[in-house]
Design a binder for this molecule. Sequence first.
Ligand code: SAM
Length: 267
Amino acid sequence: MQDLDTAIKAMERLKTSAQNLGLTLTDKQLAMFQVFYQELVAWNEQFNLTAITEYEQVQIRHFADSLSCLLALDERPPDRERRPLRCIDIGSGAGFPGLPIKIYCPQMQIVLLEATGKKVTFLEHIVARLSLKEVVPIKGRAEEVAHDPGHRERYDLVLARAVAGLSTLAEYALPLCRMGGLVIAQKGASAQEETQAAEYAVSILGGRVKRLISVELLGLAEARTLVVIEKVACTPNQYPRRPGIPAKRPLKAQVATDDDDPETSGS
Ligand code: SAM
């Protein structure tokens, strides 16, 4: 009985949190989220998918937080597009933010890109369990997948949460984004700082920071921010660099020093 009470309370919490974001979840969608919760917790015992397992916390920190990406799409409601939006979630882990967005926007086509095999196994399981169509989990690294012509500059939307610092993430994400498409990076308190530091990387990769959106999630005190980057120019072919390099050496402007000046360096 207590379990049922907990489940009902958690579902109410998700429904209200979504409403607070301007999103209305149907009973069918709420039921899908609860199946997702049960499977996530069950598989977590073996696969170590997430540190957050408490019922209500998962509704807020995973489900509602993922849905908040939709705030960046207010100018282009996904289900009213002439064709379904094509989206890729980089470093999806156990499916965040891609799967909650797919549950809310069933028309969307989503690729869940994840480097770790056991997480991909979970993603394949949960996609089948929820009978979701047009969701493809792929095992791979963004640095490699972004050079595949089937993926390069193909996506209307590129999403990522908790994958890398923004300069590194820009190098994973912008090569996958089509001209005119959007990259949405979910960030915490460091969003402003990371955006400033990533200015150079974003610009040489063909992006332009469009806006930062502050997100308030019901019951969560922490700052959440969406960094929305628009693709305004083609990404040069050499990006992303080899696997591991974008994280090891994030792109940044070379600062000219006196040593670089032939007139003062004596060379
Ligand atoms: N996005 C999920 C979330 O917010 O719950 C997972 C976050 S987890 C901290 C980061 C995930 O990104 C890991 O599962 C890792 O395997 C994946 N990852 C990191 N670098 C990657 C890359 N270059 N390409 C693909 N996946 C990557």
